[in-house]
Design a protein around this ligand. Structure first.
Ligand code: PMP
Length: 778
């Protein structure tokens, strides 16, 4: 046993103050008067001081070698947990009358000892309780809450080297030779060797500060033995993989009724329901559980030689270790992992989740009204997102190929940190000098063609379009608009009028709006084989412009989503957008490029959608992915246009461009650029389209594959030769894919186009998963 592992501290017995002294000190230091009762302690001398009519405190006198940094670590962790999850039953730190977390006292020999106190936690220690499935799941769930509460905590002492850190297996390994029984020795040594070999994989898993000692001796249960009412002893905390923490409880919370694997599975299921496990954590749990048993047996063997009293404490644990390891090894890792996964997704978990989601749906309908649509026949209830994955309350995981807003990935830690940092520092309106918004405007305009050099910040794509439309009207003095058939540009009254998509029940457009025939070369009047298709479709702008001029509105603006998303992600004929833009400008109107869907690199070959069409708009509007989900929008335009507007209108948005939004947008742009996500969109997008085209050779329902970069449309038809749109089939495919764990949407005027538009870190490995699910759904 290496000297510097803290196990050596076990050789020194706890201090030996008398109960009378403890009572006096408790009064002097903490102001607590009561009788002292000596409790067991491995390294600390613990007294319960119990005043009449209260639970009192645990008064702890630490050994002389104890490190104040370790004490500070515990205090900080407990106070952090209390702040993050106030109802989690962990001890509360009792401060001294002077407000300190601890102080020092001298023993008779003049040696100083740290003393500190915790509020006493009433309840029964779980040790010796035969745990029901409900209690096991509750233990797992409680542990998960603890991990969640500690997720954003750190302390310099978290790197402490302790023997109960499974990653010390290399140093512990020689002590396994002290096991006297040869078969037992070979088994335990083998498991430690196996765990040492597994260590590189362990290093890739999620890590944080963990309790690392939540066994039944450190948990309290309620009188009915259905729930954990207390978690004790934070002395073995380390910064380490979450699976090590779970493995302690899963390995040691056992009884006589089930197999060791079943006990572990229940704990894991309970944990997973609160804090979903990642895929690679399931096999790691198998390794960590058997390693924990091997560690107990090894440390027991060492103590039998060096510290017989300490060994007695580990006796029963050590006796259980070999049979448990054998049970796991005999079943085999694959079977055990399958059992863990099944338990995590068991009907019990699903039923609990199902009830929760159903209740939520009812409350949602009540408080938000019935008009707010939900995606999918069976709505999805999500609690967490990470990268390109989304998670349900029971840990169910979905590959997200639908959400374009979190363009640098769900829960992106750099964006989250930028937001948190700025929110904790300053968040005001833009009528004060602040660097972030100016830096962002500079960085953003640097990505645009020359001339698009000034920004107006708002909070959404709708607001950006609303502002751009106001600018166009003020600048041109006209009131008419050209929009694309079935276009969508947002929710404000003015912008909804520019969105034929909002009027699905054939309401006529308002008189100042003319919709252009969609340049659909797959199903429209002029097809891809017609070299004049662009000009034919563009001719419709003549009609629209003439109508607006005849009605006296004139042409203020043309507004175009250059990815043509709500038209079914069209591949429009080259030159079309440029042709209508020229006609509109000739009529005195401006061009608004709505980049809410197509901007920020999604289309792969170009950073901005308008650039694919060879058009430079007068006004560019931004939203959705701009700040990765934090609400932010902008109009980027020429200086003369913005100033002509602001000279006449006092335009001010309270939240638009505030320091937090600017920090979020800056972080998002940084990540997009530094992680080459535009190039990834290009490459993965081509792979996807190629893969889908290959599927089309076997699946006649695929009529057409369109789009650019990671904006992909798949036209679903019931009759390929007639190109008959099949909205029902498209919906069925989207629902079937959801049940295969992949999220996509449907789009287009007929609702028959599969819309694939994932977060941009979506890589080839994700494309493969999507293609497989699409194949099976078809
Ligand atoms: N423009 C386009 C092209 C959009 O797709 C949307 C939203 N779907 C908007 C504008 C409006 O954005 P928001 O909902 O963020 O206001």
């Amino acid at each position: 046993m290496p000297e510097d592992l803290r196990l050596v501290a076990l050789e020194t017995s706890p201090p030996a103050f008398t109960e009378g002294t403890a009572e006096m000190m408790a009064w002097d230091i903490f102001g607590v008067a009561g009788t002292a009762q000596l409790l067991y302690g491995e390294r600390d001398q613990n007294f319960r001081i119990r005043p009449e009519g209260s639970d009192g405190i645990i008064f702890k006198i630490l050994g002389p070698a104890e490190d104040p940094a370790a004490v500070d670590f515990q205090t900080a962790a407990l106070e952090h947990i209390a702040a993050m999850d106030p109802t989690l039953p962990v001890p509360r730190v009792r401060r001294t009358l002077a407000g300190e977390a601890y102080t020092r006292v001298n023993d008779n020999a003049g040696v100083p000892h740290i003393v500190r106190a915790l509020d006493f936690q009433p309840g029964r220690i779980m040790e010796g309780v035969e745990p029901s499935r409900a209690l096991l799941r509750n233990a797992g769930a409680t542990l998960a809450r603890l991990d969640r509460a500690l997720a954003n905590f750190f302390h310099p002492a978290a790197g402490q080297r302790i023997v109960w850190d499974a990653r010390r297996a290399v140093e512990l390994r020689p002590s396994a030779d002290l096991i006297s029984d040869s078969a037992h020795r070979a088994l335990i040594g083998g498991v430690l060797d196996r765990f040492i070999a597994f260590m590189p994989e362990l290093a890739r898993l999620r890590a944080q500060v963990i309790h690392n000692d939540c066994h039944p001796g450190n948990m309290l249960v309620d009188p009915e033995q259905r729930a954990i009412t207390g978690l004790l002893d934070f002395g073995d905390m380390i910064h380490g993989p979450l699976v090590l923490n779970i493995a302690v409880t899963a390995a040691e919370t056992t009884g006589k009724n089930l197999s060791p694997i079943d006990y572990a599975a229940e704990v894991i299921a309970g944990y997973n329901a609160v804090l979903p496990l990642e895929d690679a954590e399931f096999p790691a749990l198998f390794e960590a559980i058997i390693a924990r048993h091997a560690m107990s047996a090894t440390i027991h063997a060492w103590r039998r030689q060096h510290d017989p009293e300490g060994a007695a404490k580990l006796g029963s644990l050590s006796a259980a270790s070999a049979p448990a390891i054998e049970a796991f090894l005999n079943a085999g890792r694959d079977a055990v992992v399958a059992k863990f996964r099944a338990a995590a997704a068991s009907p019990e978990t699903d039923r609990a989740t199902g009830t929760l989601s159903a209740q939520l749906q009812t409350r949602r309908r009540h408080f938000l009204g019935r008009g707010l649509e939900l995606s999918y026949r069976e709505p999805l209830h999500l609690v967490r997102g990470e990268g390109v994955y989304l998670y349900e309350p029971n840990g169910g995981r979905y590959l997200d190929a639908y959400n374009n807003v979190p363009s640098v990935g769900h829960g992106n830690p750099r964006v989250a940190a930028a937001i948190g940092r700025q929110m904790a520092t300053l968040c005001t309106n833009t009528r004060y000098l602040h660097q972030a918004v100016v830096d962002y405007a500079e960085r953003l305009t640097a990505t645009m063609p020359a001339g698009l050099e000034t920004c107006l910040f708002v909070n959404s794509g709708s607001e950006a379009n609303d502002a751009a439309w106001r600018i166009a009207k003020i600048v041109t003095g006209k009131r008419g608009a050209l929009v694309m058939a079935n276009a969508y540009h947002g929710v404000t009254d003015a912008v909804a009028a520019l969105s034929p998509y909002c009027w699905p029940y054939a309401r006529p457009l308002q008189p100042h709006v003319q919709a252009l025939e969609a340049p659909d070369t797959y199903r429209g009047r002029f097809r891809a084989d017609d070299p004049e298709a662009a000009a034919h479709y563009a001719a419709d702008a003549h009609r629209a412009i003439s109508a607006l001029q005849a009605s006296g509105h004139g042409v203020a603006a043309l507004i175009i989503d250059s990815a043509f998303v709500s038209n079914g992600i069209l591949d429009v004929p080259p030159g079309y957008f440029a042709a209508i833009a020229a006609k509109v400008r000739a009529a005195g109107g401006l061009v608004i490029g709505d980049e809410v869907q197509s901007g920020f690199g999604r289309l792969g070959d170009m950073f901005w959608g308008f650039a694919r069409h060879g058009v430079v708009p007068d006004l560019v509007t931004l939203g959705k992915p701009m700040a990765n989900g934090h609400p932010a929008g902008a109009v980027v335009t020429r200086r003369d246009l913005l100033e002509a507007f602001t000279d006449q209108i006092d335009f001010f948005s309270t939240f638009g461009g505030n320091p937090v939004s600017a920090a979020a947008a800056l972080a998002t742009l940084d990540i997009l650029q530094s992680e080459n996500l535009q190039e990834n969109a290009r490459a993965t997008g081509s792979l996807l389209r190629e893969g889908i085209s290959t599927l089309a050779t076997r699946h006649p329902a695929i009529g057409d594959v369109r789009g650019s970069g990671l904006m992909v449309g798949v036209d679903i038809v019931s009759d390929r030769s007639r190109r008959t749109p099949d909205a029902d089939a498209a919906k069925q495919i989207a629902n079937a894919m959801r049940h295969l764990g992949v999220l996509i949407g449907t789009e287009g005027p007929d609702g028959n186009v599969l819309k694939i538009r994932p977060p941009l870190p979506f890589g080839p490995e994700h494309a493969t998963i999507l293609l497989d699910a699409l194949d099976r759904s078809l």
